[in-house]
Design a protein around this ligand. Structure first.
Ligand SMILES: Cc1cc2nc3c(=O)[nH]c(=O)nc-3n(C[C@H](O)[C@H](O)[C@H](O)COP(=O)(O)OP(=O)(O)OC[C@H]3O[C@@H](n4cnc5c(N)ncnc54)[C@H](O)[C@@H]3O)c2cc1C
Length: 387
C-alpha cells in the first residue's frame, strides 16, 4: 500500500519513530518471550511512554499531537510488534482519550501526564454479569455519601482490570429514570477494587489480563465523576466509537505479521516438486487475506479522519471493528491452513488464531456491529426519503 498517499509527513514520521523504538527494544523478541513465559510487559510500556511515544491523541497542551489518526498508528504498530503491549495500550488509550474529552481541568492535570508517560495504565469497566451487549442493564450503583460516592457491584471481562492504575467505571446514579439518563462514569484509582478472577481465555491469554472485578462499598471522591452526574451514557457512546476504531487498528497490526508469515512459508515450503505458493489453492488465500486487510485498514483510517474532524462516526467505527476482526480472523485461519500441521503448534500462528477468534467479541460483538451499521443505514435512508 502506498502509505505516503494516505498519511501526512508528520504522521509518517511518527510511525517511523515508533518502528525504530520497537526494533531497538526488540518488542518482537519480548512478544515471543511472553508466549513462552507469560508475563505482563509493564516495563516496556513505561519505556514507550518515557520515550514520548504514547498518547498522540491528547491535545498539544497535554503533550500530544491532537490526532486520533496517530493514536491508531500507535495501536497498529504495537499490534504488529508485540500483542500484549498493544493490549495494555488499548484500554489505557480509551481512558486517556475519554478523560481528555470529558474531564475537568483538574482531572486532566491529575491523570493525563501520568498516563502519557506510561507511569499509569487504564481500564474501562462497562460489562457486568447481566449486562453485556445490552449495556443499559448495568446494576452497579454509585450512592452519594458526604463528599464521596459509594460503589457496589461487579464488572466482568475487563481488559487490564487487575493491573490498571485507573479504571473508568459506569454505575447507576438515578434508578428512578431509565439507565440512559441515570448512569454516571467515575474515575476509580487503585487500590480498592477487588479482583475476583483473571480469566483464562481460550486456554490462555499470554501477557494480558481479563478480569472479573467487584466493588464492595468502594468510596470514590465526588471530584472523580467524569463529565457530570447522570452523563454516563453520553460519555459511553462517545468512548465506544473511539474504542472500536482503535481496537480495529490494533487488529490490523496483529494481522500484518501473520500474512507475512504465510508469504514466507509458502515461498519456502516445497511439495510435489515446487513451492506451495505456486498452487492456486494457496496463493488465492493470500489474495483474499491481503485484499480484506487492506480494505479494513482503509476503513480504519477513514474513520479516524472523520473522528478527528469532529464527526461521531458511529457507523464507520462499527464497520472498522467488523472488517478488521474478520480480516484478522481470515488471515490467521488461512495462514494456519497454509502451514499445515506446523500451523497448529507453532508460534505465532496458533496464538494469532486464538487471538483472532477472540477479537470478534470485545468492544461490542460483531452481531452488534452489524446491528449498528444497518440501524444507521436505515435511519439515513428514512431521512433522505423525507426530504
Ligand atoms: C477479550 C475481551 C476483552 C473485553 N474487554 C472489556 C473491557 O475492557 N471492558 C468491558 O467493559 N468489557 C469488556 N469485554 C466484554 C465485551 O464487551 C462483552 O463480552 C461483549 O459486549 C458481549 O457481551 P456478553 O459477553 O455478555 O455477551 P451477550 O451480550 O450475552 O451476547 C451473547 C450472544 O448474543 C448475541 N446478541 C446479543 N444481543 C444481540 C442482538 N441485539 N442482536 C443480535 N445478537 C445479539 C451476541 O452477539 C452474542 O453472540 C471484553 C470481552 C472480551 C472477550
Amino acid at each position: 500500500m502506498e502509505d505516503e498517499l494516505l498519511f501526512s509527513t508528520e504522521e509518517s514520521k511518527y510511525r517511523a519513530e515508533l518502528r525504530d523504538f520497537l526494533l531497538r527494544t526488540d518488542a518482537k523478541g519480548v512478544e515471543r518471550d511472553i508466549y513462552e513465559r507469560d508475563y505482563y510487559p509493564r516495563a516496556l510500556y513505561k519505556e514507550l511512554g518515557e520515550a514520548g511515544l504514547l498518547a498522540p491523541v491528547l491535545p498539544s497542551e497535554y503533550g500530544g499531537m491532537g490526532s486520533l489518526t496517530c493514536e491508531a498508528i500507535l495501536a497498529e504498530e504495537l499490534g504488529a510488534a508485540c500483542v500484549p503491549l498493544a493490549w495494555i495500550h488499548s484500554t489505557s488509550s480509551y481512558v486517556y482519550a475519554t478523560i481528555a474529552r470529558f474531564g475537568t481541568e483538574e482531572q486532566k492535570d491529575r491523570f493525563l501526564d501520568a498516563m502519557r508517560t506510561g507511569a499509569k495504565t487504564g481500564a474501562i469497566a462497562i460489562t457486568e454479569p447481566e449486562a453485556g451487549s445490552d449495556v443499559m442493564r448495568i446494576k452497579t450503583r454509585a450512592d452519594p455519601n458526604g463528599d464521596s460516592y459509594v460503589l457496589n457491584g461487579e464488572k466482568r471481562n475487563i481488559t487490564n482490570g487487575s493491573k490498571a492504575d485507573i479504571i473508568i467505571v459506569w454505575a447507576l446514579t438515578n434508578t428512578e429514570v431509565e439507565p440512559a439518563r441515570g448512569m454516571s462514569a467515575y474515575i476509580v484509582e487503585q487500590p480498592g477494587v477487588i479482583v475476583l478472577e483473571d480469566y483464562k481465555l481460550l486456554g490462555g491469554f499470554p501477557g494480558t489480563v481479563n478480569s472479573h472485578l467487584k466493588f464492595d462499598g468502594l468510596c470514590v471522591p465526588k471530584e472523580n465523576i467524569l463529565g457530570g452526574l447522570n452523563e454516563g451514557a453520553r460519555i459511553l457512546f462517545a468512548e465506544l466509537a473511539i474504542e472500536r476504531v482503535l481496537y480495529a487498528a490494533m487488529l490490523i497490526g496483529e494481522a500484518r505479521p501473520i500474512i507475512e508469515l504465510a508469504l514466507d512459508y509458502s515461498m519456502q515450503r516445497e511439495q510435489f516438486g515446487t513451492t506451495i505458493s505456486r498452487f492456486e489453492a494457496v496463493n488465492f488465500k493470500v489474495a483474499d487475506m491481503v485484499t480484506k486487510l487492506e480494505a479494513a485498514r482503509l476503513m480504519v483510517y477513514h474513520t479516524t479522519r472523520l473522528l478527528d474532524a469532529g464527526y461521531s462516526a458511529e457507523k464507520e467505527s462499527a464497520m472498522s471493528k467488523l472488517l478488521a476482526s474478520e480480516a484478522f480472523y481470515e488471515a490467521a485461519h488461512n495462514t494456519l491452513q497454509i502451514m499445515g500441521g506446523r500451523g497448529l503448534s507453532e508460534y505465532p500462528v496458533e496464538w494469532a488464531f486464538r487471538m483472532a477468534r477472540l477479537s470478534m467479541i470485545p468492544a461490542g460483538t460483531n452481531e452488534i456491529m452489524r446491528y449498528i451499521v444497518q440501524r444507521e443505514v436505515y435511519k439515513a435512508k428514512a431521512r433522505k426519503n423525507k426530504e
